[in-house]
Design a protein around this ligand. Structure first.
Ligand code: UGA
Length: 441
């Protein structure tokens, strides 16, 4: 099947590469010439395990191409995926200008029936706006060509996107049109062999499903962080509570890890956008607003704990920071708790010595050269001359540490652990002041 994908960002690249890998012919199109040139050289601009070799293999096999030529791309595929960004507006709603621009481009160049597939995370009602844009542009051209628009939200996790695409729990398609159902069945048939994963529903329900899934997951996290804070105040241990409640299958063990707040390009943006959508239809989404407020407060907790350890005086201190990415297995630092912490530390006159296995380049890109930031090549180089250690991301390589060595290195035996990686008794008996999340301090 011939497929066109607009947008060679995270979602577009993973979707395009995975669809090519099961045998479809895919053309990815993007306005960024530099990015397309790099992709044509087999360079993947994002860090995503397994993506680069798969991309190269499929390019070599001739099933995957990259172009900036939109006219050619529109002519290519019967399915036209829109996978461009929907950045938050100043007020938190999703900005649809890129999505609608693609709709216009498709309508400008199409000369036969096309199925337009909204893959980007877009507010409920966007498919209607895409349809209206296409219709208006066709009318301007005086062209009478049939088309359909459907919603096919993605549920990929960064760091596991290739796996999620092939082994996802479900494939949601919002449409009422039979030709769309038939084409989407054909597109996803390779992933639908073991059990029926395709779920057809109306367009608005499909659009809302995406937001509801992310908002539910974000709610679980904020709920756990709220209880963790309560546990701190009550002298309980959230990790024991987590085990206790997770054993109830109605609650389950997944996604109930307390921490220093959720980050990334999805949860913060999607929770805000859904609350905004609610507001637009006159509904006050109290729970969603609270989920966001709790998360914001949680991201400030690492700094608060450090301040507590140093009696409010962090001026001139050097803080070793492990983990810059918003979660392991990615170099993404969007909305990462590490950023909230670093910015507060700089404000307080402290210096940061940071290490992350993947996000060093991204951190340099965001913050540039500064005297109060050193990014080291090795984990333990952060400890040279440091006063305390903070852990922001649960990379595997942070889990096993030699506490005696660490104690010799730090001028003050303080560990602030935003991810509850260690057994408090072990750390305390090694002579540390251990500040974890919801574990008594
Ligand atoms: C999330 C969803 O998990 C995907 O299903 C969805 O497709 C994606 O957003 C999207 O909308 O594109 P992602 O942002 O890549 O994926 O990351 P997650 O693995 O879900 O983690 C999000 C944040 O929650 C991280 O900061 C993580 O540290 C935090 N988290 C996660 C917790 O604090 N506790 C947990 O128990 C789980």
């Amino acid at each position: 099947m011939k497929i066109t994908i607009f947008g060679s960002g995270y979602v577009g690249l993973v979707t395009g590469t995975c669809l090519a890998d099961v045998g479809h012919d895919v053309m990815c199109v993007d306005v960024d010439e530099d990015k397309i040139a790099r992709l044509n050289n087999g360079e993947v601009p994002i860090y995503e395990p397994g993506l680069e070799p798969m991309l190269k293999q499929n390019m070599e096999a001739g099933r995957l191409q990259f172009t900036t030529d939109a006219a050619k791309a529109v002519k290519y595929g019967k399915l036209q995926f829109i996978a461009v960004g929907t950045p938050p507006d100043e007020d938190g709603s999703a900005d649809l200008k890129y999505v609608l621009k693609v709709a216009e481009t498709i309508a400008t160049h199409m000369d036969e029936y096309k199925i337009i597939v909204d893959k980007s995370t877009v507010p409920v009602g966007t498919a209607d706006k895409v349809s209206a844009t296409v219709r208006a542009t066709l009318k301007e051209r005086g062209a009478d060509i049939d088309f359909d628009v459907c919603s096919n939200p993605e549920f990929l996790k960064e760091g596991a996107a290739v796996e999620d695409f092939s082994k996802g729990a479900r494939i949601i398609v919002g449409t009422d049109a039979e030709p769309v159902k038939k084409a989407m069945r054909e597109c996803y048939a390779p992933y639908n062999r073991n059990r029926e994963k395709l779920m057809f529903m109306d367009v608005r329900s499909a659009e809302l499903t995406k937001y509801a899934a992310n908002a539910m997951l974000a709610t679980k996290i904020s709920f756990m962080n709220e209880v963790a804070n309560l546990a701190e105040n009550l002298g309980a241990d959230i990790e024991q509570v987590r085990h206790g409640i997770g054993s109830d299958p109605r609650i389950g063990y997944h996604f109930i890890y307390p921490g220093c707040g959720y980050g990334g390009s999805c949860f913060p943006k999607d929770v805000q956008a859904l609350a905004r959508t609610a507001g637009n239809v006159g509904y006050d989404a109290e729970l969603l607003n609270a989920v966001e407020a709790v998360n914001k407060r949680q991201k400030g907790k690492l700094f608060q704990k450090l301040s507590q350890a140093f009696d409010g005086d962090l001026k001139g201190k050097t803080i070793a920071l492990w983990g810059l990415a918003f979660k392991p297995n990615t170099d993404d630092m969007r909305e990462a708790p590490s950023r909230t912490l670093m910015e507060a530390l700089w404000e307080a006159g402290a210096k940061v010595q940071a290490y992350d296995p993947e996000a060093a380049t991204e951190c340099r890109r965001i913050y540039g050269e500064r005297n109060d930031l050193v990014i080291t090549e090795k984990r333990d180089d952060t400890l040279e001359g440091a006063d305390a250690l903070v852990i922001c991301t649960e990379w595997k390589m942070f889990r096993a540490i030699d506490f005696d060595h660490l104690k010799q290195k730090l001028s003050t035996p303080v560990i602030v652990d935003g991810r509850n990686l260690f057994d408090p008794e072990t750390v305390k008996s090694a002579g540390f002041l251990y500040y974890a999340m919801g574990r008594g301090d």
